[in-house]
Design a protein. Structure first.
Length: 457
């Protein structure tokens, strides 16, 4: 199957959103959402068991450090495997590769099921690490195959739709993973819930595998490519290719920053809610719901209006507007007082909503998340469209490596802030400073765009 973008007659026959129900998009959509759910449900279940369930995990360390370390269990294997996976996705039919990735997920979920059944944090950690490795294969393959299956005009809509629903599924996974393993008071383990989680995650993996079997062919551009299986040199080689393609590198760095700042929030909020704001896990869930749905709103805005000419080539100005909004509203979270509970024990969601600081706090959280969604979606389409099809998967693997480097650097930054015992809002200040730098560059490029080659346009 050649790139659909090379067939203008077929492209004209499709309606704006007709691709959504086609085999070149619908199976990919389903298997992405199922993988996203399992990643987040497993990770957040493990974090909930550590933070609220009282399970021993590096118990000599404070929770502000233990939670980031738990996150590294997922991102570490992703980083190691991703560059190798990018090479494989340029050598092997990407449709076939997606099938094998989903088959592997079933085996991993069987391991996770054992960990949930026994409430064994060590087995769950192994399963989470394996899911990180599996995601390392999936990410560059998905990003390389999208321009192969979608036309240029469909690409920004497809990315917006995929990511908009990904954020919803992230939310459901985060809530589901937390809710299933804790009891009704959200502060102790629910053994029956952990057993239910084991069955549910395995079922979701099976749905993803079935969807993957319907993926169309996606022939690899270089079937005779010699693969370097040494992780370190493969990673440096992938990053080197990215630096030789600066038009692709620039949006990938923006995407990496998006995930870095998202990591700061997702990793900081559990301990911030419990230890600083003094509320229970129900408040954490509320904040995750609002933040994730708001990112989806930003993504849908891009899907509907991202091709408007007012945003300039490839919606560069829309992305710039998004990161400026992030700076403004996260800066407001830093400046404004956070709602806190001064009573005995941890406050409830009802007590959180009654706090006089809550409305403004939640408004800033919602608006920063909407602008965050507007920032990242155009960048994903830019990187995919600009990448040479001959080594697109390897370039996308470089993007995934950079993404995880930013995630890991953010995680280590959080650990450093905790060790130095800096003020609780220090992570948010880190986000504002980094986003301000990105915003300055985005504004400059929206005024003075660079001409570059786009493939399939």
């Amino acid at each position: 199957m050649t790139d659909i973008a090379s067939d203008p007659v077929k492209a004209v026959k499709e309606s704006k959103f007709g691709f959504i129900i086609k085999r070149r998009f619908a199976p990919l959509f389903i298997l992405l959402q199922t993988a996203t759910f399992n990643d987040n449900a497993l990770k957040n279940a493990l974090i909930a068991l550590i933070t609220f369930g009282g399970i021993a995990f590096l118990s000599d360390l404070p929770s502000a450090i233990r939670v980031p370390v738990a996150g590294l269990i997922f991102t570490g294997p992703f980083l190691i495997i991703c560059a190798i996976a990018g090479q494989i996705a340029d050598k092997v039919d990407r449709g076939i590769l997606l099938r094998w990735v989903k088959r592997a997920e079933i085996v991993i979920m069987l391991i996770a099921a054992l960990g949930f059944w026994l409430v064994d944090i060590r087995i769950l950690a192994v399963a989470l690490g394996l899911m990180g490795a599996q995601s390392g294969f999936f990410s560059p393959t998905k990003n390389a195959v999208l321009p192969q299956w979608l036309t240029p005009k469909e690409l920004i809509r497809g990315n917006a739709l995929l990511n908009g629903f990904v954020f919803v599924v992230v939310l459901v996974g985060q809530i589901g993973g937390t809710f299933l393993v804790l009891n009704g008071t959200m502060d102790a383990i629910d053994v029956s819930g952990t057993k239910l989680a084991s069955i549910f995650l395995l079922g979701v993996a099976v749905i993803g595998w079935v969807a993957s079997e319907f993926c169309p062919k996606a022939p690899a551009p270089i079937p005779d490519l010699k693969i370097n299986f040494e992780p370190l040199t493969a990673t440096f080689s992938a990053i080197g290719k990215a630096f030789k393609a600066p038009a692709v590198l620039r949006p990938m760095l923006g995407i990496a920053w998006f995930y870095g700042l998202s990591t700061v929030f997702v990793t900081t909020f559990p301990d911030y809610v419990a230890s600083v704001m003094n509320f229970n896990a129900s408040v954490l869930i509320m904040m995750l719901v609002l933040s994730t749905l708001s990112i989806m709103v930003g993504s849908i805005f891009v899907m509907l209006f991202g091709n408007w000419s007012i945003w300039g080539p490839e919606a560069v100005r829309l992305s710039a507007l998004g990161i400026v909004g992030v700076v403004i509203f996260i800066g407001a979270i830093v400046i404004l007082p956070s709602p806190t509970f001064a009573g005995e024990g941890l406050g409830t969601a009802e007590e959180f909503l009654e706090n006089r600081h809550t409305p403004l706090f939640l408004s800033c959280l919602v608006l920063s998340s909407i602008f965050n969604g507007m920032f990242v979606v155009p960048l994903q389409a830019m990187a995919q469209r600009r990448a040479d099809p001959a080594n697109r998967a390897r370039l996308m693997s470089a993007g995934a490596v950079l993404l995880n480097l930013f995630v890991n650097l953010s995680t280590f930054g959080l650990i450093g802030l905790a060790i130095l015992r800096l003020p609780p809002k220090s992570p948010f200040i880190m986000v504002v400073v980094g986003s301000a730098i990105v915003a300055a560059y985005a504004i400059y490029r929206s005024i003075k765009p660079i001409e570059h080659t786009t493939y399939g346009s």
